[in-house]
Design a protein around this ligand. Structure first.
Ligand code: C2O
Ligand code: CU
Ligand code: CU
Length: 496
């Protein structure tokens, strides 16, 4: 199976994926969905690919120094291969494990054909100089050394890294450039947590195929936000996680897709949320399902109960449409996704279910701070240039597309601002702010400190942002990365 069918270039990507077949261990979007009982409690078929995680690189004596080489590579796809962008030959890249107070040094090498750079999504670190500075561009063949100092009072949790060179972000992330950052945890010493098994779930949906051509999106895909051919967990299709009945599983999930939303549920089990993007919540919150927009993270505890094989499902989600489909572009502009099984969990053995912790250690300040200023941001769509012979939309904030030279929002250091983000468009937009985590006003249960919030079509969301500790200039944007590349990004400068 290492030699791909010669004719694959003439197939659409989707046909090509199907041609590989499930026997290759490849899972595609509709694999295994349905089943008895509407699929909710019936038997599901597992791919046999064991659940795997990327290599973990851990700081020692306060320092983690790594090289990340961004380069195209063939990576395993069942018994075959697929083309991907990798860090050091793997997609996702290595998991970086840090403690508050550590220094992270990354030597980034660019072996791609486009500019790239590195962003540490969610870390509360300086956006200046050679730290989390997304205005830096590293040209093809170039390299750059980044140094990040993690504050001693940094919140623990799951963060992630990915490229952020405006105009190339959707392509590079969709192609596989992403990795997890874990800031180690003050709750690790709770007895229930110490007895749990921690897993990373990095969700992505790359295009599947064998050449660089698979990475090109047409105008319609870009406007809707590109989606790929298969949902992968840590780079693997439809993995099977084997767990012991009674044990407590601790899952850290990150949506590293360029555009796809995941509404996740595990057959026969509740998910107990213990953290959202950027911090822990006070006590576990029981959820039947959870929604992860691009860029968002969540952490859940799951008690395996009865023996059997259970599906982890991505339930249908409709994030709207551009309104540019049909006649004008001749394409389908709906961004709705169908139900799919993305992994299976096989529970074996029998024992009493492990208890959940009653409370999680307080990381402080889930009490909303009082804002000293407020502002309104309005998301929008405009007319852009031509692409593929069709009219391209641009995506705007307050009527403007991104300009790295322009400062859109100026904030005094230590101000607490309330932002109302209005979305009068027909698509959801997940809005993300770098460096300064926020709380969502009237948030659903399970939401703590966050850095990305979904603003549904036709709705508005208010967030409270303490611009404390760190001054500098950075960005906020839609994390449907095509929208970011098409202009839906602004700059914020926090100064004394
Ligand atoms: Cu996940 Cu501006 O980034
Ligand atoms: Cu970010
Ligand atoms: Cu958007």
């Amino acid at each position: 199976m290492n030699d791909l069918p010669v004719s694959y270039v003439r197939l659409t990507r989707r046909q090509f994926v199907a041609a590989l077949g499930v026997g290759a261990g490849g899972a595609w979007l509709t694999a295994c969905s349905g089943g008895a009982d509407g699929g909710r409690s019936g038997a599901v078929v597992s791919s046999g690919t064991p659940f795997q995680e990327p290599e973990v690189l851990t700081s020692t004596d306060g320092l983690l120094e790594v090289t990340l080489r961004a380069e195209p590579m063939s990576v395993p796809w069942g018994e075959a291969k697929r083309y991907a962008y990798t860090y050091n030959g793997s997609s996702p890249g290595p998991t970086l494990r840090l403690r508050p107070g550590d220094r992270l040094v990354v030597h980034l090498e660019n072996e791609l054909d486009d500019d790239t750079n590195l962003h540490t999504h969610g870390l509360h670190v300086s956006p200046a100089g050679d730290a989390d500075n997304v205005f830096i561009r590293v040209p093809p063949g170039g390299s750059r050394t980044y140094t990040y100092d993690i504050p001693t009072d940094h919140r623990s949790g799951l963060f992630w890294y990915h490229p952020h060179a405006h105009g190339t972000v959707a392509k590079q992330v969709a192609a596989g450039l992403a990795g997890a950052i874990v800031v180690d945890d003050e709750i690790d010493d709770l007895p229930e947590i110490a007895a749990s098994t921690e897993r990373l779930w990095l969700l992505s949906d790359p295009p599947i195929g064998m050449g660089a051509g698979i990475l090109e999106a047409n105008a319609m895909d870009a406007m809707a936000g590109r989606t790929g051919d298969a949902v992968l967990i840590n780079g693997w299709g439809l993995p099977n996680l084997a767990v012991e009945a009674g044990s407590l599983e601790r899952w850290r999930l990150v949506n590293a897709s360029a555009s796809r939303y995941y509404r996740l549920a595990l057959d026969g089990h509740q998910l107990n949320a213990i953290a959202s993007d950027a911090g822990r919540i006070d006590a576990p919150v029981e959820l039947g399902e959870l929604l992860l927009a691009p860029g968002e993270r969540t952490e859940v505890l799951v008690t395996a109960t009865k023996p059997g094989t259970f599906a982890v499902r991505a339930l249908p989600y409709d994030r709207g449409s551009t309104g540019m489909g049909g006649g004008m572009m001749g394409g389908d502009d709906s961004a709705a996704t169908e139900e799919a099984v993305v992994a299976t969990v096989t529970v074996s053995g029998r024992s009493e279910p492990a208890p959940l912790p009653a409370a999680l250690l307080d990381q402080g300040a889930l009490v909303p701070p009082t804002p000293s200023a407020s502002r309104v941001l309005e998301l929008g769509e405009g007319m852009g240039g031509m692409m593929d012979g069709g009219q391209m939309m641009s995506f705007t904030i307050d009527g403007r597309t991104f300009d790295a030279e322009r400062t859109d929002v100026s904030v005094a250091l230590d101000a607490v601002e309330e932002w109302e983000i209005r979305n009068p468009t027909h698509m959801d937009h997940p809005i993300h702010l770098h460096v300064w985590p926020f709380l969502v006003v009237d948030a659903p249960p399970g939401s703590g400190w966050k850095d990305t919030v979904n603003v549904p079509a036709g709705e508005s969301v208010r967030i409270l942002i303490p611009f404390t500790d760190i001054a500098g200039r950075s960005v906020f944007h839609c994390h449907i990365l095509d929208h970011e590349d098409l202009g839906m990004m602004g700059t914020v400068e926090v100064a004394n």
